[in-house]
Design a protein around this ligand. Structure first.
Ligand code: ATP
Ligand code: MG
Length: 255
């Protein structure tokens, strides 16, 4: 069975997509077979890897009955496939929310069809709570929660915990937070203080030792349809993402 990891936070713009793409690429570079599922109508993960192609099938089509194997695309990276997304996923959300059938486990059933083809399935989640997020939580096993180091780092965290508890109780008993990943760290007194206060906060025990430093290269990489691990593998952020991956593999007893 594939190990399924979702990147989630109820906050936007805090590094979910950058981190899920970096993990997917890094695992593929280590020889694991990886499927990245773009679970956001913005399609940023697809776009970051040059696979946001409106004319082709996307995740929305899986919910319309197109078989998942027709939707999966390969990428420039050996061992890495993607289920891309685009704005069509907004219609899917509307349709699922209106449905009177049970629809919270559809994505899980879709992914089960190809689970055995992969070592890891990585989900990039959207920043909003809706039926699509519930589907992502039902399909996933481990959650990584990126938090941006700013004044509002933990805003929404209690909401997130509550959502996870509801899904665990009713739909997916296996769901758990494997760790909280600080992102966009700058070497300033302020960020040092924010990091220290996070260590003493409710998430203290869940914090990865690794934090991801800010690098201008991260913002450049999508323009070349590449992850930071391909575009600038010696940048501070790429070095940190590789440490994060090592730490995660250790937590999964795979190091
Ligand atoms: N380590 C970093 N250094 C510099 N910029 C970063 C870093 N991590 C992320 N960014 C930038 O921050 C912005 C938001 O990152 P990202 O898209 O990964 O967040 P997100 O949580 O997925 O956002 P959304 O909620 O919109 O999906 C992007 O422009 C990205 O390039
Ligand atoms: Mg995103």
């Amino acid at each position: 069975m594939a190990i399924r990891i979702a990147f989630t936070n109820i906050k936007g713009g805090i590094g979910k997509t950058t981190s899920s793409v970096a993990l997917s690429v890094g695992l593929a570079q280590r020889g694991y077979r990886v499927l990245l599922v773009d679970g956001d109508p913005q399609g940023s993960a697809s776009s970051n890897l040059g696979r946001k192609d409106i004319a082709r099938y996307s995740l929305a089509d899986c919910f319309d009955g197109i078989h998942v194997t027709r939707v999966i695309r390969d990428t420039e990276i050996k061992n890495l496939d993607i289920i891309p997304s685009n704005l069509n996923l907004l219609n899917t959300i509307k349709y699922l929310e209106k449905s009177e059938r049970r629809v919270d486990n559809l994505l899980n059933s879709i992914i089960d069809e190809v689970d055995s083809e992969y070592d890891f399935i990585v989900f990039d989640c959207l920043a909003f709570d809706n039926i699509l997020l519930t589907n992502l939580y039902v399909a996933a096993q481990y959650l990584v929660v990126p938090v941006k180091l700013d004044k509002h780092s933990l805003e929404g965290y209690d909401y997130l915990l509550n959502k996870i508890e509801i899904v665990r109780a009713d739909l997916n008993n296996d769901l758990e937070i494997i760790g909280v990943l600080p992102t966009m760290y700058r070497h300033t007194n302020l960020h040092r203080e924010v990091l220290e206060s996070l260590k003493k906060s409710a998430v203290g025990e869940l914090l990865f030792d690794t934090y991801i430093r800010t690098s201008i290269r991260v913002e450049e990489a999508p323009f070349y349809s590449e992850s930071i691990l391909q575009y600038a593998k010696n940048s501070t952020s790429a070095i940190d993402y590789n440490s994060f991956i090592d730490e995660l593999l250790e937590a999964l007893d795979l190091a």
